[in-house]
Design a protein around this ligand. Structure first.
Ligand SMILES: [Zn+2]
Ligand SMILES: [Zn+2]
Ligand SMILES: [Zn+2]
Length: 142
């Protein structure tokens, strides 16, 4: 992962303002080991003495997602989580408690790459990628 300071430099290069809330959202997301929802980011910021509105928080995460610094994880039912963009991986999501496990997908990845190549030939789409989540009921919820 890139040092946070270099990310702030990228913001400046793109003419984006470096507000205290923006800095704090970046550091919360970058340090979080798991995807985190906007409410979770909000309570982390609260501990730092910041109280941004939900609208501001959503604007900040959208800004980070559109710039490619963060990724969105759809939990279904309109619920979303955010995580710092890192190496490609997948998730295992509990449909009941929204617990999220990080999945190291190395064994699956080679077949996906093969599939994407043939899909690319058939569809004419170039530069294919994927995001993949597995949904189920975790052992605590069963
Ligand atoms: Zn669960
Ligand atoms: Zn993840
Ligand atoms: Zn993958």
């Amino acid at each position: 992962m890139k040092p946070i300071q270099s990310i702030f430099d990228q913001f400046r290069q793109r003419g984006a303002r470096l507000t205290p809330v923006r800095k704090a959202v970046v550091s919360v997301l970058a340090k979080s080991k798991k995807p985190i929802c906007v409410e979770g980011i909000g309570s982390c910021l609260m501990r730092l003495g910041l109280k941004p509105s939900k609208v501001t928080l959503y604007r900040e995460v959208d800004f980070l997602v559109s710039g490619g610094w963060a990724t969105v994880l759809d939990l279904g039912g309109g619920r979303k989580c955010y995580e710092w963009a890192s190496e490609h991986h997948h998730h295992l999501v509990c449909k009941k408690c929204n617990r999220i496990e990080e999945l190291d997908a190395h064994e699956m990845e080679s077949s996906f790459v093969k599939f994407e190549k043939s899909l690319s030939r058939k569809s004419g789409f170039a530069d294919l990628g994927h995001s993949l989540e597995f949904y189920g009921i975790c052992n605590r919820c069963q």
